[in-house]
Design a protein around this ligand. Structure first.
Ligand SMILES: O=C(O)c1cc(=O)[nH]c(=O)n1[C@@H]1O[C@H](COP(=O)(O)O)[C@@H](O)[C@H]1O
Length: 270
C-alpha cells in the first residue's frame, strides 16, 4: 500500500493537532445568507469569512461545493474564501464532482491549482480521472456510494460477479491509488455499505457526507470512515445555516454547531 501523499499527510497532522475530523461544507446559498450581508460587494465571501472565523478551530477541512459559486461573483467569492481558509491553515477540498474525456479533464484538473483536493466522478473510467490522479500531491476523492436516495439506482446494481457496482468502484479506486492520493466518497446514510467498504479498501480514507441535514449515521461515519485515523465527516447546512434565525449572531451559532459535531464525532473515535 502506498504511503499517504502530502495532502493526506497534512490532513492527518491537522486531524491530530486539532483533534477533529469535521469537514465544514461551505455551500453558501445566496438564498439563505443573512439579509444584512446581501448589501456587501461579495455576500458569499462576506458570509464565508465570518463562518471560517467562527469554525476553523473545529474544522479538519473546508469543503465548498462549486455549485454554489458558478457565476462571475461566485468564482471571485470562492477564490477569496479558499485563500482565507488556507491562511488559517485549513485545507480546502473542492466539491466539484468532475471528470470528462482526457482533453477536457485536463482542463478541469486545473481546479486543483486553487485547492488541496477535489471530488471526482468515476463513471467515465480511468482515463477521465488521470489528470486528477497525476496530481500526486493533491487529494482525489472518488464518488463511490453517494448519500442521496437515488444513489442506489446505479451504484447498487449487481455485476455478473455478484458484487454491487459501488464495490467495483472502490476496488478500482484502490488500484488507482498509486500515489497515495485517493479517497472515497461514501454517504453516512448507508451505514452497512460504509462498513462493507471499509473492509473492501482498508487503506483508503473516506469523505463521509450526509450527517446533519440528511440525517445520516454519525457513529458509523466515524467508525468506518477513517483509515489509520484519517478521514472526513462533512456537514454543510447543519453547520453554516444553524444560525439562520440568529440574525447577526449567525456565525457564533455556526461555530457552536461545528463544535458540537466535533465533540459528537470524537466520542466515537478510538
Ligand atoms: O461529494 C460530496 O461531498 C457529496 C456526496 C454525497 O454522496 N452526498 C453529499 O451530500 N455530498 C455533498 O455534501 C454536502 C452535503 O450537504 P448537507 O446535506 O447540507 O450537509 C453537499 O455539498 C453535497 O453535494
Amino acid at each position: 500500500m502506498p504511503e499517504f501523499n502530502p495532502f493526506f499527510s497534512d490532513l492527518r497532522s491537522r486531524i491530530r493537532s486539532k483533534d477533529t475530523v469535521v469537514s465544514v461544507g461551505l455551500d453558501a446559498d445566496l438564498k439563505k445568507i443573512p439579509e444584512h450581508l446581501l448589501e456587501k460587494d461579495l455576500p458569499r465571501w462576506a458570509f464565508n469569512r465570518r463562518i471560517i472565523d467562527a469554525t476553523h478551530e473545529y474544522a479538519a477541512c473546508y469543503k465548498p461545493n462549486v455549485a454554489f459559486y458558478e457565476d462571475a461573483d461566485g468564482w471571485r467569492s470562492l477564490r477569496e474564501t479558499i485563500a482565507y481558509a488556507e491562511g488559517k491553515d485549513v485545507p480546502v477540498l473542492l466539491d466539484a464532482k468532475r471528470a470528462d474525456i482526457g482533453n477536457t479533464a485536463r482542463k478541469y484538473a486545473e481546479l486543483l491549482d486553487h485547492a488541496d483536493a477535489i471530488t471526482v466522478n468515476p463513471y467515465m473510467g480511468r482515463d477521465s480521472l488521470s489528470p486528477f490522479l497525476s496530481r500526486r500531491d493533491k487529494g482525489v476523492f472518488v464518488l463511490c456510494r453517494t448519500s442521496n436516495p437515488g444513489g442506489a439506482d446505479l451504484q447498487d446494481l449487481e455485476l455478473d460477479s455478484g458484487e454491487p457496482l459501488y464495490r467495483r468502484v472502490a476496488a478500482l479506486a484502490d488500484v488507482w491509488n498509486e500515489a497515495g492520493n485517493v479517497g472515497l466518497v461514501v454517504g453516512a446514510t448507508t451505514p452497512d455499505e460504509l462498513e462493507e467498504l471499509r473492509e473492501e479498501v482498508p487503506d483508503l480514507p473516506f469523505l463521509v457526507p450526509g450527517v446533519g441535514a440528511q440525517g445520516g449515521d454519525a457513529e458509523a461515519a466515524v467508525e468506518f470512515g477513517l483509515a489509520d485515523g484519517v478521514g472526513l465527516v462533512n456537514s454543510s447546512r447543519g453547520i453554516i445555516f444553524a444560525g439562520a434565525e440568529a440574525g447577526e449572531e449567525f456565525a457564533t451559532v455556526a461555530g457552536q454547531a461545528a463544535k458540537r459535531l466535533r465533540d459528537r464525532l470524537n466520542r466515537h473515535r478510538e
